[in-house]
Design a protein around this ligand. Structure first.
Ligand SMILES: [Zn+2]
Length: 73
């Protein structure tokens, strides 16, 4: 069972970090998500964040970043 989630933005597609075992790990170079009205928003663009289950195990941030870039282009 996966307990690793990529924290991605619906607006800009960038990764803010990962959730591992209920703990948030900030991605290198990414701003902290903005806490607003009890919800977390993207630190880049204030877009809505969503969690994408990562079934590949502990993935390095570079994988999440390349996924985000592919989605954006
Ligand atoms: Zn964003």
């Amino acid at each position: 069972m996966s307990s690793v989630y990529n924290v991605l933005c619906m607006m800009c597609g960038r990764s803010s970090g990962q959730l591992r075992g209920g703990r948030f790990y900030q991605a290198p170079g990414a701003p902290m998500p903005i806490r607003e009205h009890g919800r977390n928003r993207c630190g880049f663009c204030s877009g809505n964040l969503y969690l994408e289950p990562d079934d590949s195990g502990i993935a390095p941030y570079t994988i999440a970043d390349s996924l985000a870039q592919r989605r954006a282009s």
